[in-house]
Design a protein around this ligand. Structure first.
Ligand SMILES: Cc1cc2nc3c(=O)[nH]c(=O)nc-3n(C[C@H](O)[C@H](O)[C@H](O)COP(=O)(O)OP(=O)(O)OC[C@H]3O[C@@H](n4cnc5c(N)ncnc54)[C@H](O)[C@@H]3O)c2cc1C
Ligand SMILES: *[C@@H]1O[C@H](CO)[C@@H](O)[C@H](O)[C@H]1NC(C)=O
Ligand SMILES: *[C@@H]1O[C@H](CO)[C@@H](O)[C@H](O)[C@H]1NC(C)=O
Ligand SMILES: *[C@@H]1O[C@H](CO)[C@@H](O)[C@H](O)[C@H]1NC(C)=O
Length: 628
C-alpha cells in the first residue's frame, strides 16, 4: 500500500473510534424531553443536609485485597492521575468514586448547566451563615456547589478553559522552593493535556502557548454574539487590549475558551479516562464513599482506605500510595477524619491526632458579584427553543455556552501591587427568572430589587479573583456522613482590601457604560435600593459596599484548603512533590493544594497539577514496581 492509502485507512479507522458529534442521531424532540425532565427535577430538588445515604447497614468489614495505588475521588484531578498512572502496566490502580458514570446527553448541553446543580449530581453543600458576604441569600449562606460522579465537578461547571497569570507559577516555585513549579516548567504540562481547535477567529490566539493532540478539546463558542462584540468594542474604547488570556498575559478582554467538543461538554473523565478504561490494571469503583484513610500511628504510614458501597463497609490496602483527590471540601474532611488536621479541632471533635497540620485553615474563594443588571434599548433577537436546539446539534449557538455568558476581561485594580489580574468581568445577557432565584438561593426581595422593573438586561459580573480573605473547612462531628462545615469568610480582610477592589470593579462597569459602544444602546442602571441598604445614599460608595455584601456570592472557584509549601509550621500541608508532611505514602493532588489564588478559573490548572503529580510519582519510583 502506498502512503496515501495507509493514511486514508488510518483516518477511517480513527473516525470509527471517535465519538462523532456532528452527525448526532439525537433529535430535537429527544433533547426537548431531556430538558423537560431536568426542569421538573430542578424545580423539585431538595438540598440534602448530610451524606447518610452512604451509611453502611452493619459493622462488618469486607477485605478487598490490595492495589498499588488507591485514588480517592474520580473527579477532575483523580481522572487525570488514574489515566496517567495506569499507563504503567505493572502498576494496578483503583479509583474510588462516590458518584456514578454520567450517561445522560443532557449533561453535555452547556446552556443548561445551572440545572445540573439542582440534581442528583450535586453534593448539595452550603456555607455556614456568613456575616461579610452572601447576605442577600437564604440564611446568609453561599451555595458551595460540587458534583459527584466520574469527572467530578467538570460534570456541572461552565467549562471555561483558563490558566491564570504566568507569574502565578513562578510564585508557586518560590513558595515551595522548587523551580519545577515555575511557568517555564509547567507550560509544557498545560500544553500536553490540550487539543486546541480554532473555530472562532474573532479574538487573537497565541499558538505557541497552546497544545494540540492532547486529551482535552479546547475551542471557542461559535458564532460570536452581539453582547460579546459590544463588550469587546467597549473595552477597546477604554484602551484595553483584546488578548488570548492563555497567552503571554491574561490582562485584557476576550471571549471564553471552553473545553467543549463541537459545542458539547466534555467532562474530564470522558477526556482522560474513558478512552483507557479498558486497561486491565485499572479498576474504577463507583458509588463508593470513602470514610477514612487508615494510617499506622507509629510509623505514620498510610496503609489503606475504608469505604462504603451499597450498604456495606470495605477495606482496601494500598501497596504503594494513597492519593487523595476528593476535592477542596472533602479532601480536608477525609484527612481530618483520618487524624491529620489541627490538633485542637480534632481533639474537640474526638478524633485521635496522628499529625498536627493546619488542614482546612486557608480556604480561598472568589466573591462573584452578579447583580449589576444594565437595561438597554436593544431588542434581543428572538430564538425559539427549536432553533437553539437545531444549532446545538450542529455544535454552535446559544446552548453551547453556560450561564448565557459572552465576553470576559481580566484587569488589574489600582490596589494590585504585582502584575496579577485581580478583577474579572463577565458579560451575560439575562432574563429575570425564578430559576436563577432557586439556583443561587437568593432572598427573593433582594433579587427583585436588584432587577428593579426590568425583565431583561446585560449583566456585567464583577469577580475579585485575587482576594486576601480566606476561610475554613472543619468537621461538624467525627461522623464521615456529616457534611463538612464550610466557612468562606469572603470580603473580610481587616484592611478592607477586597471590598475596595470590588468597588473599583463596580466603578469600571459604569465607565464601560460611558463608552460609545455601550452608549449606542442607551445603557441604564435601573436597580432599586436594596432592602437593608436604604440607609445609605443610593449609589454612593457606602451604598455600593452594602450592595456588594448583599449580592456577592461564591464563584465556585474554591481552592487552597491543603496548600503546598515548604514549611508545615507556616500552614503548608503538602510539599512540592504533593506528599503530606509527616505522613508516608500519602499525597494530595487536587484543587486543595493551590498555594495562592491563580486569578481565574481553576480546572485547567488542576489538570496541570494532576499531570505533574503523575509525573512526580513515576519519577519517584523510576517506573519500577517494588515487587518485580
Ligand atoms: C457551578 C460551577 C461552575 C464552575 N465553572 C468552572 C469553569 O467554567 N471553569 C473552571 O475552570 N472551573 C469551574 N468550576 C470549578 C471546577 O469545576 C472545580 O474547581 C474542579 O472541578 C475541582 O476539581 P477537583 O479535582 O479538585 O475536585 P472535583 O472535580 O470536585 O472532584 C472530586 C471528586 O471526589 C469525589 N468525592 C468526594 N468525596 C468523596 C468520598 N468521600 N468518597 C469518594 N469520592 C468522593 C466527588 O464525588 C468528586 O467526583 C466550576 C465549579 C462549579 C461548582
Ligand atoms: C426522567 O427522570 C427520571 C427520574 O429523574 C428518570 O427515571 C427518567 O429516566 C427520565 N426520563 C428521561 C427521558 O430521561
Ligand atoms: C435556614 O435556617 C433555618 C433555621 O436554622 C432552617 O430551618 C432552614 O431550613 C434554613 N433554610 C435554608 C434554605 O437553609
Ligand atoms: C438606542 O439609544 C441610542 C442612544 O440614545 C440611539 O442612538 C439608538 O438609536 C437607540 N436604538 C434604538 C433601537 O432605539
Amino acid at each position: 500500500m502506498n502512503k496515501t492509502i495507509i493514511k486514508l485507512v488510518m483516518t477511517i479507522l480513527m473516525f470509527g473510534l471517535m465519538k462523532i458529534d456532528f452527525v448526532s442521531s439525537t433529535t430535537v424532540d429527544e433533547l426537548k424531553k431531556l430538558i423537560e425532565n431536568a426542569t421538573i427535577e430542578a424545580n423539585t430538588y431538595e438540598f440534602p443536609t448530610d451524606a447518610r445515604k452512604f451509611e453502611a447497614k452493619d459493622d462488618k468489614i469486607i477485605e478487598l485485597g490490595s492495589y498499588d495505588f488507591v485514588i480517592i475521588g474520580g473527579g477532575v484531578a483523580g481522572s487525570v492521575i488514574a489515566s496517567r498512572l495506569s499507563e504503567i502496566r505493572r502498576w494496578n490502580v483503583l479509583v474510588l468514586e462516590a458518584g456514578k458514570v454520567e450517561e445522560s446527553e443532557f449533561n453535555e448541553m452547556l446552556g443548561y448547566t445551572a440545572f445540573l446543580a439542582l440534581s442528583d449530581l450535586s453534593w448539595g453543600f452550603s456555607s455556614v451563615p456568613q456575616t461579610t458576604a452572601c447576605l442577600g441569600f437564604l440564611n446568609q449562606t453561599c451555595r458551595a456547589y460540587r458534583a459527584r460522579g466520574m469527572g467530578g465537578t467538570s460534570l456541572m461547571n461552565g467549562a471555561v478553559y483558563e490558566r491564570g497569570m504566568p507569574s502565578t507559577f513562578d510564585e508557586w516555585a518560590e513558595i515551595t522552593n522548587d523551580p519545577s513549579w515555575s511557568y517555564k516548567h509547567v507550560l509544557p504540562l498545560f500544553k500536553r493535556s490540550e487539543d486546541f481547535h480554532l473555530r472562532n477567529p474573532n479574538t487573537p490566539v497565541e499558538r505557541k502557548y497552546h497544545g494540540t493532540g492532547g486529551p482535552l478539546n479546547v475551542e471557542q463558542k461559535v458564532p460570536q454574539d452581539f453582547v460579546a462584540s459590544l463588550f469587546l468594542q467597549g473595552h477597546r474604547e477604554l484602551g484595553s487590549d483584546i488578548v488570548d488570556y492563555n497567552g503571554h498575559t491574561q490582562l485584557g478582554a476576550s471571549i471564553f475558551q471552553l473545553y467543549t467538543r463541537n459545542g458539547r461538554r466534555q467532562n474530564v473523565y470522558e477526556a482522560f479516562l474513558r478512552p483507557v478504561s479498558q486497561r486491565r490494571n485499572l479498576n474504577i469503583l463507583t458509588k463508593s464513599y470513602v470514610t477514612k484513610i487508615n494510617i499506622n500511628k507509629k510509623t505514620k504510614t498510610a496503609k489503606g482506605v475504608m469505604f462504603t458501597r451499597n450498604g456495606q463497609t470495605y477495606y482496601v490496602r494500598a501497596n504503594m500510595e494513597v492519593i487523595l483527590t476528593a476535592g477542596v471540601f472533602q479532601t480536608p474532611q477525609i484527612l481530618m477524619l483520618s487524624g491529620i488536621g489541627p490538633r485542637k479541632h480534632l481533639r474537640e471533635i474526638g478524633i485521635d491526632v496522628i499529625e498536627d497540620l493546619e488542614v482546612g485553615s486557608r480556604l480561598k474563594e472568589d466573591p462573584l458579584c452578579q447583580a449589576l443588571y444594565i437595561t438597554t434599548n436593544m431588542t434581543k433577537p428572538v430564538e425559539t427553543l427549536e432553533e437553539q436546539l437545531r444549532d446545538y446539534l450542529r455544535g454552535v449557538g446559544t446552548l453551547t455556552q453556560a450561564y448565557s455568558t459572552s465576553g470576559v476581561a481580566f484587569q488589574r485594580s489600582q490596589f494590585e501591587e504585582q502584575n496579577y489580574a485581580d478583577i474579572e468581568f463577565i458579560a451575560a445577557s439575562l432574563d429575570k427568572s425564578d430559576f436563577d432565584v432557586a439556583y443561587a438561593g437568593w432572598k427573593n426581595e433582594i433579587y427583585q430589587a436588584a432587577w428593579g422593573d426590568n425583565t431583561n438586561a446585560i449583566a456585567i459580573n464583577v469577580h475579585n479573583v485575587n482576594p486576601r480573605s480566606s476561610g475554613t473547612v472543619r468537621l461538624r462531628s467525627a461522623s464521615p456522613f456529616d457534611f463538612p462545615l464550610i466557612d468562606f469568610n469572603m470580603m473580610s480582610d481587616p484592611e478592607g482590601h477586597d471590598m475596595e477592589v470590588l468597588f473599583e470593579g463596580v466603578s469600571r462597569v459604569f465607565d464601560l457604560m460611558q463608552t460609545p459602544a455601550f452608549r449606542s444602546i442607551n445603557p441604564q442602571y435601573k436597580g432599586s435600593p436594596l432592602p437593608g441598604c436604604e440607609n445609605h445614599q443610593f449609589l454612593s460608595k457606602a451604598y455600593w459596599f452594602c450592595f456588594l455584601r448583599q449580592t456577592c456570592t461564591a464563584a465556585n472557584h474554591v481552592r487552597g484548603s491543603c496548600p503546598m509549601g515548604s514549611n508545615p509550621n507556616q500552614g503548608a500541608i503538602v510539599d512540592s512533590r504533593l506528599k503530606v508532611f509527616g505522613v508516608r505514602k500519602l499525597r494530595v493532588a487536587d484543587s486543595s493544594v493551590m498555594p495562592t489564588s491563580m486569578s481565574g478559573h481553576p480546572t485547567a490548572t488542576i489538570i496541570m497539577i494532576a499531570e505533574k503529580a503523575a509525573n512526580t510519582i513515576k519519577s519517584d519510583y523510576h517506573h519500577m514496581h517494588p515487587f518485580h
